[in-house]
Design a protein around this ligand. Structure first.
Ligand SMILES: Cc1ncc(COP(=O)(O)O)c(C=O)c1O
Length: 325
C-alpha cells in the first residue's frame, strides 16, 4: 500500500517481458519495461521525452487520433504520410520530411485500415531511422487477435539500432477500463522515460498490476486469448455477413483479418460524419473514418468495432443501420 516504482511492479514487468518475447518477438529485458495507464500514456510519454516543439513527426494518414493528440500536445509538427496496401509509404515519408525526428506507426495492424506492413517496408523504415537517427514509435495495440494468417513479429524485434519505442496495452486483449499498458524503451532512454512517468502520475495502481501478474502467471491470460480469438472470429464473420446481406451494395468491407474492428467504406460523396451521427441517434457507435484523416478523404467510411458486441446485437445493429443509411 506504499508508493510503488515509477517503472511499474517488477513481477508484472517480468511477466510482460516474457510474454512479449514469446508472442511478439520483442527483444527486451524486464528493466526496459515501463508499466503505463494504457497506450495513450505510452504515446504521451514518448512524445514528451522524444519530441521538442516544432520537430517534425510522420504520422500515418489515415491514423489513430489518440496518437495525433499526444504528439500535438508536445508541440510536434505532424507530417501525414499515406498508407497503402503495403502499410506506411516510407518512400513518400522520406520525400515529404527526410529529416523528421520520429514516426508513429501501427505496423502489425494499421489503425484504422487494418493493413499489415510488408517486410520490405519494415526494412526501409528501419534503415531510414538508423541512417537519420529518427525514433520509431510502434503502437502494437491489438496483435493478439490476428484472425487469419500467421502472426507478424514486431518491428522492435527487427531493430538492431535501438530506434524503436514499443507501445503496448491491455485495453484490447483484456478491457479498456483496466487502464494498464506498457512501453518497451531502448536502454539509453530508460531514465528519461522513468522520470517523465514519475512526473506525470507517479505509477499505476499496484493492486491492478498485482492482479494482472497473477492472471498471466497462472495461465489465465493465455487461455483468455485463445478463447477470445475464437469468439472474435465468430463475431467478425457475423458482422461481415450481416453487412453483405443488408448493405452489400452500399458498404465495402476492408481490414477484417485481425483485431476487433473493421472499416466499411461508404459510396463516394456520402458524408460519414452525418451517417455516424444518425447511427448514434439509434444507439449504434460507428466512428467516421474521416476523423482519422488530416485531410478529408476521397471516400468516407464507418469504423465498426465488434469486440464488445455479441452476434445478436451485431445482427440487430446492422439491420437498424441499413434502415437509416
Ligand atoms: C491504435 C490504437 N492504439 C491504442 C489504443 C488503446 O488505447 P489505450 O491503451 O490507451 O486504451 C487503441 C484503442 O482503440 C487504438 O486504436
Amino acid at each position: 500500500m506504499a508508493y510503488g516504482d515509477a517503472k511499474g511492479y517488477l513481477p508484472l514487468r517480468e511477466a510482460i517481458a516474457e510474454y512479449l518475447g514469446a508472442a511478439r518477438a520483442v527483444r527486451c529485458e524486464p528493466s526496459q519495461i515501463l508499466v503505463t495507464t494504457g497506450s495513450q500514456q505510452g504515446l504521451q510519454l514518448s512524445a514528451q521525452v522524444l519530441v521538442d516543439a516544432q520537430e517534425r513527426v510522420w504520422i500515418e494518414e489515415p491514423g489513430y487520433p489518440g496518437a495525433r493528440q499526444a504528439l500535438n500536445m508536445a508541440g510536434a509538427r505532424l507530417v501525414p504520410v499515406p498508407v497503402d496496401h503495403e502499410g506506411l509509404n516510407v518512400a513518400e515519408g522520406i520525400r515529404r520530411a527526410p529529416s523528421a525526428h520520429a514516426v508513429y506507426i501501427t505496423p502489425s495492424h494499421q489503425y484504422p485500415l487494418g493493413v499489415t506492413m510488408t517486410a520490405t517496408r519494415r526494412m526501409l523504415l528501419l534503415n531510414w531511422a538508423a541512417r537519420s537517427g529518427a525514433w520509431i514509435i510502434e503502437d502494437d495495440y491489438d496483435s493478439e487477435y490476428r484472425l487469419g494468417g500467421r502472426p507478424i513479429a514486431s518491428l522492435q524485434g527487427l531493430d538492431t539500432d535501438a530506434r524503436v519505442i514499443y507501445v503496448g496495452t491491455f485495453s484490447k486483449v483484456m478491457f479498456p477500463a483496466l487502464r494498464l499498458g506498457y512501453v518497451v524503451v531502448p536502454k539509453d532512454l530508460l531514465d528519461a522515460f522513468s522520470n517523465a512517468r514519475d512526473a506525470f502520475d507517479q505509477f499505476s495502481s499496484t493492486l491492478y498490476q498485482a492482479v494482472m501478474t497473477d492472471f498471466i502467471s497462472e495461465g489465465h491470460f493465455a487461455r483468455h486469448i485463445r478463447r477470445m480469438r475464437m469468439l472474435y472470429v465468430q463475431r467478425r464473420r457475423a458482422l461481415v455477413e450481416a453487412i453483405h446481406k443488408r448493405m452489400g451494395g452500399k458498404l465495402e468491407v476492408i481490414g477484417a483479418e485481425a483485431g476487433m474492428h473493421l472499416v466499411a467504406l461508404l459510396p463516394p460523396g456520402v458524408s460519414d460524419v452525418a451517417i455516424s451521427r444518425r447511427a448514434a441517434e439509434i444507439g449504434i457507435s460507428a466512428m467516421p473514418l474521416s476523423s482519422c484523416y488530416a485531410k478529408p478523404p476521397v471516400r468516407g467510411g464507418l469504423i465498426l468495432g465488434y469486440g464488445g458486441t455479441d452476434e445478436r446485437q451485431i445482427q440487430e445493429g446492422i439491420s437498424k443501420l441499413a434502415v437509416s443509411l
